[in-house]
Design a protein around this ligand. Structure first.
Ligand code: ATP
Length: 875
C-alpha cells in the first residue's frame, strides 16, 4: 500500500507508463495493493481443530476411563484410532482449504496497465502508485486513481457512498488538486466511457481501504445440500445415541459388565454416526471444482456446483460463446453495389471486387468513405511485434473492419494523421451503435457505425456515387432487404454513416448513410456436439443475442438450437408481450434476437416463474442483473467485464458454450458421487448398529467388542468412502433428465436401498455370528472374529455396488476406479493383519480363521452383493 507523492507519480509517462524496474522498486517500497490479506489457516490449526469434535470427545473420555480401569491396551488403541481419524480428517480439510485458496487466487481481479510502453493485464494486487491504468465500462477500478484523459466516464460508487446514480467523472488538468470528480476509487465500477488514469494510492490507503474489508472473496459458503446434510447429521446423532443407550442399558440389565457395556455404547456411537460425511461432501465439491477448472470453468460459489446438475435451460450469448468471435468481412454494400471480399480470418491478404474488378478507394469516393468510417470509428488496434508479425487487439467486429481496410490498402496511421479524433460516444449493447467526432484541420466530422436499425433511424440522406441524396422510403426498404439477405447467410451486419458537423451540431442525427459490411463469424466447432449432448440430457439450449433476427436464426439452425417447432422472438416483440403471454410461449422460444441486456433479466425471470433452473451467460456491464438473477450466472473470462464476473457464480475461462455443458456434466457427476457415498456410509452404519441391536434383542452375547467396532469404523468409513467421491462419472450421466431443484438427495428410492441393505448387513453378520457360536461350540472369540470379518467384508463388497445406481459392477468394470481398488485392498490388508498377526490378535481379541471359517464369512458377506450385481447386469 502507499499514498500519492508527487515525485513518484510525475515520472509516469502518459504514453509509456512506468518501467518494470520501477514497478518492482515500488512494490518493494509500498507492498501489494491489497485491502486485508485473508488469513491463511495454518495446517497445524487445521489438525488441532480435528480434535474439537463431539465424537472425539466421546472417544477421549472412553480412553481416559479405559486407562483408569487398567485397560491400557484398549486406551492406547482408541488413542491411535482417534489420531488416525484426525489424520484422515486433516487430509480432507487441508485439500479443501488448498483448492479454495487457489480458486481465490484465480478469481482475483485484474487491471489493464501500461508499462514499458505496452498495455498488459496484471493482477490488481500488483498495481503500484504511479501506474498508468486503462479503464472502460465494466472494469473494476484497481486502486484510487486520478483521470488523465477520457470521455463520458461514469463510475458506480454506491459501495462507498451508497449513492445509486453513477457519478460523472472528468480528466484532471492543470495544477489544481484533483477533486472527487477527477478521481476513480478502488473497488468501484466504471459504468460508462473509457480513459486513462494514474494510480495515486494503493492498498489500505485507498478510500476503500479506509472502510476496509469489503473485498469480495470466495467463501466456503455451505451449499443447500451441505446445510440439509448438517440437519440430517444432527438427527442421526440423536437417533444413534438413543439406540446406543438402549443397547448399553439392555446389556447391563442382562448382567453384562457395566464398564464393558459403556465402551460398547461409546464405540457403537462412534461407528454409527457418519462423522466423516460433511467433510467428504466438501472434499468432493472442492475436487469437482478443480476438475471443472481443468475444463476451463471456474466456479466462484460452491453452491453453483450443486445447482449445475439441475440446470435444464442454458441461455447463451451468440457472439464468442456459440461462435468463434473471429470475424471476417465477406460482403460490402455501398453506392447500390454489392462488393465481394476474399480472404479468411484476420489475414490481411485478400481483395475487394465488384463484378470481378478490383476496387481502388482512391478512385471511388463512397467506398473510401466507408473505409474511413470503419477505421476511424474503431477502438481496435493493429500493432507489429519484433518480428514484424501483425498483432490485433480489441473487439473482433472492429478488428474485422480494420482487416477489411487493410485489404483495400487503407492504413489507420495515415488516416489518423489526417483526422484528429476529438470525442467518442462508445458502443453499448442498448444503443447498438457508436460514433466519433474528428477534425481534419478544416472541418469536424461525425462518423457512426452500428446495427442497421440503429443507424438508419438517425439518417436522413444517403451517399450514392459521390452525391448526397434524400433517404426516402424506397431506398430504406432496399437497404433493409440487402441487410436481410446478408443476415440470412448468417452474416453479422454493420451499417456506416457520417456527417459534416455544422453549427456545433454534435447530435447523432441527420446522418448520411454510407453502406453496410457483412461479416461471418463461424460457429465454434465443439458447440454442435455440445448442443446435441444438451438435448439428450434434457437441457434446452437457448440463444440470446443482440444480433439481427435472421443472422441469429441462421446460426441457431446450423447449430441445431433452433428446430422446426422452435420460435425466434425479437426484443421489440418481447416489449409488446406481457408476462402472461411470455410465460405461455417460453417453452417454445429457442432464439431471442436483437435484445438488450435488460431483456435478459426479464427472460431469466420468466424461466424461473415456470420452474426452470436456468443458466445465463453475459459479458457486458449491463448483463450483471440477469446474471445475478439466474440460478447459474455465467460470465466470460476473456471478454467479460469485472462487474459481470463478480455477479456470476461461474466464469468461463474460454468463453465457450461447450464448457458450460462440460460443467453441467461435472455438476451431475459430483451430485451422483455424493449420493453414492451417502448410500454407502448410511447403509453400512445401519448395518453396524443393527448387528449390535439385533443381538441384544435376541439375547445373544455381544457380537463385537468395542475395539472391534472401532476397527470396523476405521476400515470401512474412511478410505472407501473417499474413493467413491473420486468416481469419474458414469458414461450415461448426460442421458438422464436433469434432477428437480428441490429434489431430495434420497430421491429415487435411495432411502429404501439404504435401509434394506443396512438390515441385510446386520442380519447376515448376526447370522454368521450365531451360526459360528453353534458350529464352534460356543467359541466366542472365534465367533466374534467371524462376525468382525463378515461385517467388514459385507461393506467392502457393498462399496462396489454403490458405484452405480443403474449398472452392475460387472458392466462398469472393477478397475475403473483405481482409488477404490486401493482403498478396499488396504482395508482388507488391515483386516487380515488383525486376524493373523499375533500381536494385533491380542489387541483386537481375534484369532486365526481357517478356510471353512472364511467360507462362512464370504458366504454371508458376499452373496447378496453377488446376486444384486447379477440382477443389475441382466437388466
Ligand atoms: P451476443 O449478445 O450474442 O454477444 P452480439 O455481440 O451480436 O450478440 P451486441 O454486441 O449487442 O450483440 O451487438 C448488437 C449489434 O450491434 C450487432 O448486430 C452489430 O450490428 C452492432 N455492433 C456490434 N459491435 C459493434 C461495434 N463495435 N460497433 C458498432 N456496432 C456494433
Amino acid at each position: 500500500m502507499g499514498v500519492f507523492d508527487s515525485k513518484s507519480s510525475e515520472n509516469t509517462n502518459i504514453m509509456n507508463g512506468l518501467s518494470s524496474k520501477e514497478v518492482k522498486k515500488r512494490l518493494l517500497k509500498y507492498g501489494y495493493n491489497e485491502i486485508v490479506k485473508r488469513k491463511k489457516v495454518s495446517p497445524i490449526k487445521i489438525f488441532i481443530l480435528q480434535f474439537n469434535d463431539f465424537i472425539v470427545w466421546v472417544l477421549l473420555s472412553a480412553t481416559i476411563i479405559s486407562a483408569f480401569m487398567g485397560e491400557t491396551a484398549d486406551a492406547v488403541t482408541i488413542l491411535i484410532i482417534i489420531i488416525m481419524d484426525a489424520v484422515l480428517g486433516f487430509i480432507q480439510e487441508y485439500r479443501t482449504e488448498k483448492s479454495l485458496e487457489s480458486l481465490r487466487e484465480l478469481a482475483s481481479p485484474t487491471a489493464k496497465v501500461i508499462r514499458d510502453g505496452k498495455k498488459i493485464i496484471v493482477k490488481a494486487r500488483e498495481v503500484v502508485i504511479g501506474d498508468l491504468v486503462e479503464v472502460e465500462a465494466g472494469d473494476r477500478i484497481p486502486a484510487d486513481c486520478v483521470i488523465l484523459e477520457g470521455n463520458n466516464i461514469r463510475s458506480d460508487e454506491s459501495i462507498l457512498t451508497g449513492e445509486s446514480v453513477s457519478a460523472e467523472k472528468r480528466p484532471h488538468y492543470g495544477e489544481k488538486k484533483p477533486s472527487s470528480e477527477n478521481l476513480l476509487y478502488m473497488g468501484c465500477n466504471v459504468t460508462h466511457g473509457k480513459g486513462k488514469a494514474r494510480v495515486i494510492t494503493t492498498g489500505m490507503d485507498t478510500e476503500m481501504g479506509k472502510i476496509a474489508d469489503m473485498l469480495q472473496q470466495i467463501e466456503a459458503e455451505k451449499t443447500p445440500l451441505q446445510q440439509k446434510l448438517d440437519k440430517l447429521g444432527e438427527w442421526l446423532v440423536y437417533g444413534c445415541l438413543i439406540v446406543c443407550a438402549v443397547v448399553t442399558i439392555t446389556g447391563i440389565l442382562r448382567g453384562e459388565d457395566a464398564y464393558k457395556m459403556f465402551l460398547v455404547g461409546v464405540s457403537l456411537a462412534v461407528a454409527a454416526i457418519p462423522e466423516g460425511l460433511p467433510a467428504i461432501v466438501t472434499v468432493s465439491l472442492a475436487l469437482g471444482v478443480q476438475r471443472m477448472m481443468k475444463r476451463n470453468a471456474l466456479v466462484r460459489k460452491l453452491p453453483a456446483v450443486e445447482t449445475l446438475g439441475c440446470t435444464n435451460v442454458i441461455c447463451s450469448d451468440k457472439t464468442g460463446t456459440l461462435t468463434q468471435n473471429k470475424m471476417t468481412v465477406k460482403k460490402i454494400y455501398v453506392s447500390e453495389r454489392l462488393l465481394s471480399v476474399t480472404g479468411d480470418g484476420y489475414d490481411s491478404i485478400g481483395s475487394i471486387t465488384y463484378n470481378g474488378i478490383h476496387l481502388n478507394p482512391l478512385m471511388d469516393e463512397d467506398f473510401n468513405k466507408l473505409l474511413e468510417c470503419s477505421v476511424l470509428c474503431n477502438d481496435a488496434s493493429i500493432t507489429y511485434d519484433n518480428k514484424k508479425r501483425i498483432k490485433y487487439s480489441g473487439d473482433p467486429t472492429e478488428i474485422a473492419l480494420l482487416v477489411m481496410a487493410l485489404k483495400a490498402k487503407v492504413n489507420r496511421e495515415n488516416l489518423e494523421k489526417k483526422y484528429k479524433i476529438l470525442k467518442e460516444n462508445p458502443f453499448d449493447s442498448d444503443r447498438k451503435m457508436m460514433s466519433i467526432i474528428c477534425f481534419d484541420n478544416k472541418v469536424r466530422y461525425m462518423y457512426a457505425k452500428g446495427a442497421l436499425e440503429s443507424i438508419l433511424k438517425k439518417c436522413s440522406s444517403i451517399l450514392i456515387n459521390g452525391q448526397i441524396k434524400e433517404l426516402n422510403e424506397d431506398i430504406r426498404k432496399k437497404i433493409t432487404a440487402v441487410n436481410d439477405n446478408m443476415a440470412q447467410e448468417a452474416l453479422r451486419v454493420i451499417a456506416f454513416a457520417y456527417k459534416k458537423i455544422q453549427n456545433n451540431d454534435t447530435k447523432e442525427d441527420n446522418l448520411i448513410f454510407i453502406g453496410l459490411a457483412g461479416m461471418i463469424d463461424p460457429p465454434r466447432k465443439e458447440v454442435l456436439d455440445a448442443v446435441i449432448e444438451c438435448k439428450i440430457a434434457g437441457i434446452t439450449p437457448v440463444m440470446i443475442t443482440g444480433d439481427h433476427k435472421l443472422t441469429a436464426k441462421a446460426i441457431a439452425s446450423e447449430l441445431k438450437i433452433l428446430d422446426k417447432d422452435g420460435l425466434v422472438i425479437t426484443g421489440e416483440e418481447l416489449d409488446k408481450m406481457d408476462d402472461k403471454k411470455l410465460d405461455a410461449m417460453i417453452n417454445k422460444i429457442r432464439v431471442f434476437a436483437r435484445v438488450n441486456p435488460s431483456h435478459k433479466f426479464r427472460i431469466v425471470k420468466a424461466y424461473k416463474r415456470k420452474g426452470f433452473c436456468v443458466a445465463m451467460t453475459g459479458d457486458g456491464v449491463n448483463d450483471a442483473p440477469a446474471i445475478k438473477e439466474a440460478d447459474i450466472g455465467v460470465s466470460m473470462g476473456i471478454t467479460g467485464t469485472d462487474v459481470t464476473k463478480e455477479a456470476s457464480s461461474m466464469i468461463l475461462m474460454d468463453d465457450n458454450f461447450a464448457t458450460i455443458v462440460a460443467a453441467v456434466k461435472e455438476g451431475r457427476v459430483i451430485y451422483d458421487n455424493i449420493r453414492k457415498f451417502i448410500r454407502y456410509l448410511l447403509s453400512c452404519n445401519t448395518g453396524e448398529v443393527l448387528t449390535m441391536f439385533l443381538s441384544s434383542l435376541l439375547y445373544l452375547p455381544i457380537p463385537l467388542l468395542p475395539i472391534q467396532i472401532l476397527l470396523v469404523n476405521l476400515a470401512t468409513d474412511g478410505l472407501p468412502a473417499i474413493a467413491l467421491s473420486l468416481e469419474m462419472g458414469e458414461k450415461d450421466v448426460m442421458e438422464k433428465r436433469p434432477r428437480g431443484k428441490n429434489e431430495s438427495i434420497f430421491s429415487e428410492g435411495l432411502w429404501k436401498k439404504i435401509i434394506i441393505r443396512g438390515v441385510l448387513i446386520g442380519f447376515c453378520t448376526v447370522a454368521a455370528f450365531s451360526m459360528s457360536l453353534y458350529l464352534f461350540q460356543g467359541n466366542i472369540k472365534l465367533a466374534r472374529t467371524i462376525a468382525l470379518c463378515t461385517l467388514v467384508m459385507s461393506q467392502l463388497f457393498h462399496v462396489f455396488e454403490c458405484r452405480s445406481e443403474r449398472h452392475s459392477i460387472f458392466k462398469i468394470g472393477f478397475f475403473t476406479n483405481i482409488y477404490l481398488v486401493f482403498a478396499v485392498a488396504s482395508s482388507m490388508i488391515m483386516l487380515i493383519l488383525v486376524v493373523y498377526n499375533t500381536y494385533l490378535q491380542r489387541i483386537f481379541y481375534t484369532q486365526n480363521l481357517n478356510l471353512i471359517q472364511w467360507a462362512i464369512v464370504l458366504g454371508f458377506s458376499g452373496t447378496i452383493s453377488l446376486v444384486n450385481s447379477f440382477y443389475w447386469y441382466n437388466k
